[in-house]
Design a protein around this ligand. Structure first.
Ligand code: SAM
Ligand code: SF4
Length: 335
């Protein structure tokens, strides 16, 4: 493979991180993410695993150094480990620095060993509460004991785990301290995320939205938080919690826009490339992928898309703005 040169967008940001939503389907229905009765894409519209591999490989050749598989739930896609195994060759060659995934943990117990064997070193597990009944309520369909089993399996496999929790007013705000202590006590980092207005859900987002500036102020009454320069390639800003010795990340798309340092683009399971999570503009790479056996058309289409990467999003959640900022759900482009 030729030495990758990185892709640079019109604002001088180098695009080195690709997130791939390998399926829009999921075995949970988290209330802030999906409506209970979701219509998913017809299976025939999905790219095959071979096509996803080809697309990801072109991105790696063009300078992507980090690849995150997400969804929907990535581990419900049939034969997903075949794709992970294929992509791991880019880790072995040194072209890719990191191959990772974000999962709800429902199936991870089955795949943890194989993921580690493929060179995956760390994973994000999404979990918004440690209470089994609340867990069932927020995911509608989830079983916390399965997720715990998965976390244990991942630990045994030597995977580094980060817990992602969406901060939800009146749901887990008072529980966040005990989640931090639990995660840090097990040597796991934790990140809290603000809800983003993506896709129609059954609830009113204004009722759920908890600004992390407020959560941080509350945590500071209990803990000593020190800003640290730690970075994982994503948008989280980290602090160290003196009392636990662990790291806590804040992802604050609403209260503190992080677009100026954005290094990412997002690919859907149908080959649509979104240059920004919070904007509708997208490029249809499936067409270029299928139009020719060589990768030149595809590479040109990617360059053209990166040339249109917008400066940032304009998410708003307030009582007057009832409609989501973008109509697609988070499960289409992945978190
Ligand atoms: N199913 C996997 C999971 O839950 O980890 C991967 C996909 S999920 C869409 C990725 C992340 O996005 C999860 O941590 C989830 O909590 C978060 N998420 C989903 N909808 C969101 C929203 N509207 N605002 C903020 N985060 C959201
Ligand atoms: Fe599924 Fe993840 Fe969305 Fe929950 S957040 S419904 S687990 S895709």
């Amino acid at each position: 493979m030729p030495i990758p040169t990185s892709m640079i967008d019109p604002f001088g940001r180098s695009v080195s991180y690709l997130r791939v939503s390998v399926t829009d389907r999921c075995d949970f229905r988290c209330t802030y993410c999906m409506a209970e009765d979701m219509t998913f894409l017809p299976k025939k519209d999905l790219l095959s695993l071979e096509e996803l591999d080809r697309l990801c490989t072109v991105f790696v050749e063009k300078g992507v150094r980090r690849l995150r598989l997400t969804g929907g739930e990535p581990l419900v896609r049939k034969n997903i480990m075949h794709l992970v195994r294929q992509l791991s060759r880019h880790l072995a060659s040194g072209a890719l620095e990191e191959l990772t995934l974000t999962t709800n943990g429902s199936q991870l117990y089955r795949f943890a060993d194989e993921l580690a064997d493929c060179g995956v070193r760390r994973i994000n597990v999404s979990m918004d509460t440690l209470d089994p009944d609340k867990f069932r309520a927020i995911t509608r369909w989830g079983d916390l004991s399965r997720v715990m089993e998965s976390i244990e399996a991942a630990e045994r496999a030597g995977l580094k785990i980060k817990i992602n929790a969406v901060a939800l007013k009146g749901f887990n705000d008072t529980e966040i301290p005990s989640m931090i202590e639990w995660a840090h006590g097990r040597g796991m980092d934790m990140t809290v995320i603000e809800t983003m207005p993506m896709g129609e859900i059954d609830a009113d987002r204004t009722d759920q939205y908890l600004p992390l500036s407020q959560l941080r102020a509350e945590l500071e009454r209990r803990y000593t938080l020190t800003d640290i320069p730690f970075k994982t390639g994503g948008p989280a800003r980290y602090v160290e919690v003196a009392e636990t010795g662990g790291r806590l990340g804040f992802i604050t798309p609403m209260t503190h826009n992080f677009c100026e340092s954005c290094n990412r683009v997002r690919l859907t399971c149908t080959g649509t490339l979104y240059m920004c999570l919070g904007q509708d503009d997208a490029a249809d790479l499936r067409h270029s992928l299928r139009a020719s056996e060589g990768n030149e058309l595809l590479s040109n289409a990617i360059d053209e898309a990166i040339g249109r990467k917008p400066k940032g999003h304009d998410f708003v959640i307030d009582r007057r703005t009832k409609r989501p900022a973008v109509s697609r759900h988070m499960s289409v482009t992945g978190g």
